[in-house]
Design a binder for this molecule. Structure first.
Ligand code: ZN
Length: 529
C-alpha cells in the first residue's frame, strides 16, 4: 500500500490547500471556458499533478456534479484514473526531454480526441525539456490543436522560456499550511484504524516543509516501525532527530549558565552516537524560535511550522528568561560552531567551545558591564554638570549599589516611583523601598525582593495594580511587576548584588517607621514613642 496513491485526492474537494486555484478552475469549467495551456508551478508535493488529473477528469466527465466535481464513476473518469484513456497522456519531461519525444507528441495531438470532449496532456517536470524540445513545443502552443489541453507542471519555473510561460495560464501553487497537513494525516490514520499522538503527526508535518507527498511517504515509513500506534518518539527516532525536550533542556542549561551540565549533555549525545550536526541545527532552530517569541508572541505563527504546541509553550517560557541580545549571541556562536564542525575531525570540540561561550555569556556581560560602569562613574565625576552632581550626592547612599539597578529604570525614576507610591500607600512603599528593580524582560519588570513575606505582600492583586499604575505614570510604560528572590533570579541567569540598596539614615528611619505602621495596621495598635 502506498499511502499517497491510496489517498490521492480524486475530487477538488478532497484537496488540502490550493483553494484559490480550485475556485478559478471550477469557474472556467462552469463557463465552459477551458484554456488550451495551463502552467502549474510551485514546490514539489503540493498537488500540481493531482489537480491536473482532477481537471482532466472534470472537463471530460459524463456526470459532472453540480459543483463541478468529476463523478469518478463514468467511463471517462475510470479510464483516466486507470491510465487507459486514449485521450489522456501524462509525460515525465525528466525522462522524455528531447525533441523527438515532443515531435511524437505533436503528431499525436494532430488527431482530435478519440472519445472524450478534450484530449489532455500533462507534461510533468516541464523545466527539464531541452532547448530544442521547447522550441518544438512552442510551435504547438502557437497553433493549439482544437479540444486539446496542455498542462505543464514545474518546480522550477525560472528554467522555462518566457515564450512558453506567456502562452499559458499560470497558477502558482503554494506550500500547504501545517494545520491542513496535520488534519489530513489525522484523517488518513483514522481511516487506516491507527492511533497516533497529535504531536507525532505535527512533527511529521513540521519536517516535510509543506510537502504533502513527503509527509505521506514519511507516514508510511513510520507505519513500518509502529503499525498500530504512532508516538512522537517513533517520529523523532525515524527522523534521526534529537528529542525536542532534550533540546529544550540543553537550551535551558545554557541560559541558566550551567556550563558543566550543558557539556555533559553533549558528551552523552556523543556516547549515544547521535549526529551532532543535526543536533546543533535543531538547537539553532530552537533558539530562533525563542528569539521570535521574545520579540512578539504573535510570531509563534512563523515558527509553528517547525514545532508542536507543547514545544512552543516551553520555548515561550525560555524567551522570558533572557534578552534578545543573548539569544542572538547564542545563535551566532552555534552557527559559527556548525560551520567549523563540517570540516573538522573533532566536531564536538567546536560545539563544546560554543556551549562554554554561550553559557558563560552572563558572566561576560557582567564583567563588561562592571568595566563600563567604572569608566562611566570616572567620567561622571570628572565631567558632570553641577546639577547631576547634586543628584549624585542626593543618591550617594544608593550609588554604591549601582550594579543592582536595572539599566532601563534610572534611580531618579525609581525614587519618583517610590515617592508616588508613598503618597498612596505607606505600607506598600515600606516593602517596595527594600526592593531593587533588576531588569525589564519583555513587559515584565523583575524586582529583587529580600524576603518571601515582602513578596507576598507586594504580589496581592490590589497592591500589584497600584504599583503598576504608578510605574506606568512615571515611566509611560505598562509593565508587570515580578517580585523574585535572589535565588530565583539566579536560576534565570541573572546575578544580583547581595545587599540591595543601602539606605541613607533618613531613608532608613522612614522605612522602619513604615514597617512599623504596617505592623500596626496588621496587628491593630498604636505607636507609643
Ligand atoms: Zn465522471
Amino acid at each position: 500500500m502506498v499511502i499517497y496513491r491510496k489517498y490521492r485526492p480524486q475530487k477538488f474537494s478532497d484537496l488540502s490547500g490550493q483553494e484559490n486555484i480550485v475556485k478559478i478552475l471550477k469557474g472556467a469549467i462552469k463557463r465552459k471556458n477551458i484554456g488550451h495551456a495551463y502552467l502549474f508551478s510551485g514546490p514539489r508535493g503540493v498537488g500540481k499533478t493531482t489537480v491536473a488529473r482532477i481537471l482532466s477528469k472534470a472537463v471530460n466527465c459524463e456526470n459532472l456534479s453540480e459543483d463541478f466535481e468529476p463523478c469518478g464513476k463514468c467511463g471517462s473518469c475510470l479510464e483516466i484514473a486507470s491510465g487507459t484513456s486514449l485521450d489522456f497522456t501524462e509525460i515525465d519531461a525528466a525522462s522524455n526531454r528531447g525533441i523527438d519525444e515532443i515531435r511524437q507528441l505533436r503528431e499525436g495531438v494532430g488527431f482530435s480526441p478519440a472519445k472524450n470532449l478534450y484530449k489532455v496532456i500533462i507534461l510533468d517536470e516541464a523545466h527539464m525539456l531541452t532547448k530544442e524540445a521547447f522550441n518544438a513545443f512552442l510551435k504547438t502552443l502557437e497553433e493549439p490543436p482544437e479540444r486539446t489541453i496542455f498542462i505543464l507542471a514545474t518546480t522550477e519555473i525560472y528554467k522555462l522560456p518566457a515564450t512558453i510561460i506567456s502562452r499559458c495560464q499560470r497558477f502558482d501553487f503554494s506550500r500547504i499550511p501545517m494545520d491542513k497537513i496535520v488534519s489530513r494525516l489525522e484523517n488518513i490514520v483514522k481511516q487506516e484504524g491507527i492511533s497516533a499522538e497529535k504531536q507525532a503527526l505535527e512533527m511529521i508535518a513540521a519536517n516535510c516543509g509543506g510537502c504533502l507527498r513527503d509527509t505521506e511517504s514519511f507516514l508510511e515509513q513510520i507505519l513500518l516501525i509502529s503499525p498500530k500506534n504512532i508516538t512522537l518518539a517513533d517520529v523523532q527516532r525515524t527522523l534521526g532527530l534529537p528529542d525536542q525536550k532534550a533540546i529544550h533542556e540543553l537550551a535551558e542549561e545554557i541560559l541558566r549558565g550551567n556550563t558543566a551540565r550543558a557539556i555533559q549533555f553533549v558528551s552523552n549525545l556523543l556516547d549515544e552516537g547521535k549526529d551532532l550536526s543535526i543536533f546543533v541545527l535543531s538547537l539553532i532552530s530552537y533558539f530562533r524560535g525563542i528569539l521570535m517569541l521574545s520579540i512578539n508572541d504573535n510570531l509563534s505563527e512563523i515558527i509553528a511550522q517547525n514545532y508542536t504546541e507543547e514545544d512552543i509553550i516551553r520555548a515561550r517560557n525560555l524567551s522570558r528568561q533572557s534578552s534578545k541580545n543573548i539569544f542572538i549571541f547564542i545563535m551566532r556562536k552555534l552557527m559559527e560552531a556548525r560551520d567549523k564542525m563540517k570540516f573538522s575531525d573533532f566536531p564536538h570540540v567546536y560545539l563544546e567551545m560554543a556551549i562554554v561561550e554561550c553559557s558563560t555569556r552572563n558572566e561576560l556581560t557582567r564583567e563588561e558591564k562592571s568595566g563600563k560602569n567604572t569608566d562611566k562613574s570616572d567620567s561622571e565625576t570628572n565631567n558632570v554638570s553641577d546639577d547631576s552632581k547634586i543628584n549624585q550626592n542626593q543618591n550617594a547612599g544608593n550609588n554604591a549599589n549601582n550594579d543592582a539597578y536595572c539599566s532601563e529604570i534610572s534611580q531618579k525614576q525609581w525614587s519618583a516611583i517610590l515617592t508616588d507610591i508613598k503618597k498612596k500607600n505607606h505600607s506598600i512603599h515600606a516593602f517596595l523601598s527594600s526592593c531593587v528593580p533588576v531588569k525589564i524582560l519583555n513587559n515584565d519588570l523583575l524586582i529583587l525582593v529580600k524576603h518571601k513575606f515582602h513578596r507576598e505582600r507586594l504580589n496581592t492583586q490590589q497592591n500589584k495594580i497600584l504599583i503598576e499604575s504608578v510605574i506606568d505614570s512615571i515611566m509611560g510604560k505598562k509593565l508587570n511587576i515580578r517580585c523574585l528572590l535572589k535565588e530565583e533570579l539566579a536560576q534565570m541567569g541573572i546575578e544580583v548584588n547581595d545587599n540591595p540598596v543601602e539606605k541613607t539614615k533618613e531613608e532608613n528611619s522612614v522605612e522602619s517607621k513604615d514597617i512599623l505602621s504596617e505592623a500596626l495596621e496588621m496587628f491593630g495598635g498604636s505607636v507609643v514613642s
